[in-house]
Design a protein around this ligand. Structure first.
Ligand SMILES: NC(=O)c1ccc[n+]([C@@H]2O[C@H](COP(=O)([O-])OP(=O)(O)OC[C@H]3O[C@@H](n4cnc5c(N)ncnc54)[C@H](OP(=O)(O)O)[C@@H]3O)[C@@H](O)[C@H]2O)c1
Length: 318
């Protein structure tokens, strides 16, 4: 792929108004990487939106940014800054910074510290389903839960509850989603439609050491009843203390809300786990860019089983 043969414009999904979730398909100039900032130009093969991403611009923290959606990407390197560990034609994937325009476009910008080689055993669509979901799970468990990585003896005998594990593409609820060491992996799957988690959690046998909440609201509030003393509750939705039930008397709980930090280093470790077959992403459905309205309707339904993916090669020449 020569830089001279690249198109001058690209298709892109644009959120023109930060206060409205409306998306339009537009033409934009080919993005130009700033090599001084470690930026690479990537030919996008697949990109994935996150359920909440069209609400974030209304918080007003990125004035002036052109809001192109989908910060998860899988594709091929087209051009690199000097000294990059990646080279032209490398097959890569990344979670890109929310503070730059996203990757729902034919070519996108990804920095060195966001990039990793993609797993060789996944399709392009599956590859783009990995970064946000897996990096979030990785950082929740290994950076914020405070028990080290799965090789650490601190994990021995620990019980973890993940709420909303069926969403977002990283199906932590699957019995085959096992980690290395420690015999970890989902031992039990709870159907929240039939089990009241607040009641289930009051049985001492069901108490857990770590909760990762992916739902927030009432679900987060109910999850508090599952904690034993000296435990950790992590939410990716809101500060857990905001939803602590008044009568819940559990003590010495570390309550953490965090926003994942795009990290190519974490993603490179995740690539190894995926290639060993220890875990894998779940793709809900794959859409051409032109069918973005149907794709976002499905995303907004809250009923997805894994990730919604845009395949940029559908309806186009490779
Ligand atoms: N802080 C961060 O860094 C970070 C990172 C990633 C995502 N997030 C946020 O996390 C949230 C979840 O993202 P996602 O991609 O997982 O969303 P999603 O794919 O829309 O999640 C939908 C799934 O959640 C299940 N669900 C809904 N209500 C539930 C409940 N009360 N208990 C258990 N499961 C429930 C649904 O099952 P049914 O169909 O059976 O209802 C469905 O499978 C979003 O708001 C996203 O913005 C934050």
């Amino acid at each position: 792929m020569s830089i001279n043969t690249l198109p001058s414009t690209v298709r892109a999904l644009l959120q023109a108004d930060p206060t409205s979730k409306t998306i339009t398909l537009v033409e934009r100039p080919l993005p130009i990487p700033n090599f001084d900032k470690g930026e690479h130009l990537i030919r996008v093969y697949a990109a994935a939106p996150c359920a909440g991403e069209r609400l974030w611009p209304s918080f007003g923290d990125i004035p002036g940014k052109e809001i192109i959606t989908c910060d998860d990407v899988a594709g091929v390197v087209v051009s690199t800054p000097e000294g990059s560990p990646f080279k032209v034609r490398d097959e890569v994937y990344a979670r890109t910074s929310y503070y730059r325009p996203g990757c729902a476009r034919d070519y996108a910008i990804v920095t060195t510290d966001e990039l990793a080689g993609r797993p060789c055993n996944l399709s392009w669509a599956e590859s783009s389903a990995v970064p946000l979901a897996a990096e979030t799970a990785w950082q929740a468990l290994f950076k914020h839960a405070g028990v080290g990585n799965f090789d650490s003896p601190n994990w021995k005998g620990k019980r973890i509850l993940v709420t909303g594990a069926s969403g977002g593409g990283w199906d932590l609820g699957r019995p085959d989603c096992k980690s290395n060491g420690g015999g970890s992996g989902a031992k039990q799957v709870l159907n929240y439609h039939s089990i009241k988690i607040a009641e289930w959690g009051q049985n001492p046998l069901n108490k857990v050491d770590v909760i990762v909440d992916c739902v927030g609201g009432q679900s987060l509030e109910d999850a508090w009843w599952c904690l034993r003393d000296n435990s950790v509750i992590i939410s990716i939705n809101q500060p857990p203390e905001d939803r602590r039930p008044v009568r819940c008397e559990v003590s010495d709980v570390r309550a953490i809300f965090f926003i994942m930090d795009p990290s190519g280093a974490d993603l490179a470790e995740i690539t190894k786990l995926v290639e060993k077959g220890k875990c894998r992403p779940i793709v809900d459905s794959v859409w051409p860019l032109e069918q973005f309205q149907n794709a976002y309707e499905r995303l907004d339904s809250g009923r997805v089983r894994g990730k919604i993916i845009f395949d940029l090669l559908l309806n186009t020449q490779k």
